[in-house]
Design a protein around this ligand. Structure first.
Ligand code: 13P
Length: 260
């Protein structure tokens, strides 16, 4: 089974509307001559305040999909400051990132909340990008695999095989995020293969073969080729290097040098 690679830019809490517009136009310009059938699926995740603008800028291009960085699991109600899946669909989002370690760490998001969000996103017709990852302390104490496996089991709990197959997982070791220190490609691939195995245990092998699992953590133009040459790494979730059109575009083109 060939899984279409994904190159996803998570802009985090950056960019006023003007910055988002120039970044989007820079990406569109950089990928305009690429053959779409050979391209990865390119996803960008601006802040909520730039979604409407970016959505308009990319509406005539089939080469970029839009993602939000978070959502609430309820469809409406008294949840001041929150945003529903329906609102994000209305803005043209196809994906929603959930369970990012920054949300787990700074906003106390639990596995249970992430599972409710995954269900709500799929019920609303969008696709979740579910993040998981261990801290340095967990890695050093040898509990990486059991921690990640438990995050994945919780996030996917109660989903049908069909829903799991179209979801996306991002393995982002916390110690590699924004530190410039990428996880060794072979080790990232080992953890991602382990995640695929957990998916197989809770669903079946064709579901595990279909789900796309990305690596995230200090991905740069210089690292992506090696990462994409690994058997189980299906793409990347990119923070810092997605904030400049040049480096994001270079990541996309470098990723295409690897035959899938
Ligand atoms: P960096 O690429 O800046 O390390 O961020 C990774 C990340 O958290 C993407 O979601």
């Amino acid at each position: 089974m060939t899984r279409r690679p994904i190159m996803a830019g998570n802009w985090k809490m950056n960019n006023l509307m003007n910055d988002s517009a120039s970044l989007t136009l820079g990406i569109l310009d950089g990928i305009k001559d690429l053959n779409e059938s050979q391209m990865p699926e390119v996803i960008i995740a601006p802040t909520f305040t730039s979604l409407a603008l970016v959505s308009r800028l990319i509406k005539d291009s089939s080469k970029i999909a839009l993602a939000a960085q978070n959502c609430h699991w309820e469809n409406s109600g008294a949840y001041t400051g929150e945003v529903t899946v329906g609102m994000l669909k209305d803005l043209g989002c196809k994906y929603i990132i959930i369970g990012h370690s920054e949300r787990r760490q700074y906003f106390s998001e639990t596995d249970e909340m992430i599972n409710k969000k995954a269900k709500s996103i799929l019920a609303g017709g969008l696709l979740p990008i579910i993040c998981c990852g261990e801290t340095l302390e967990q890695r050093e104490s040898g509990v990486t695999d059991e921690h990640i496996a438990s995050q994945i089991r919780a996030a996917l709990s109660g989903l049908s095989n069909e829903e799991i197959a179209k979801s996306v997982i991002a393995y982002e070791p916390i110690w590699a995020i924004g530190t410039g220190k990428t996880c060794d490609s072979a080790e990232a691939n080992r953890v991602i293969a382990m995640i695929r195995n957990v998916v197989k245990e809770i669903s079946d092998s064709s579901t595990a073969d279909s789900i796309r699992i990305l690596y995230g953590g200090s991905v740069k133009p210089a690292t992506i080729e090696e990462q994409m040459s690994m058997s189980d790494i299906d793409g990347a979730l990119i923070g810092g290097a997605s904030l400049k059109a040049d480096s994001f575009n270079e990541i996309i083109t470098n990723s295409m040098k690897v035959a899938v």
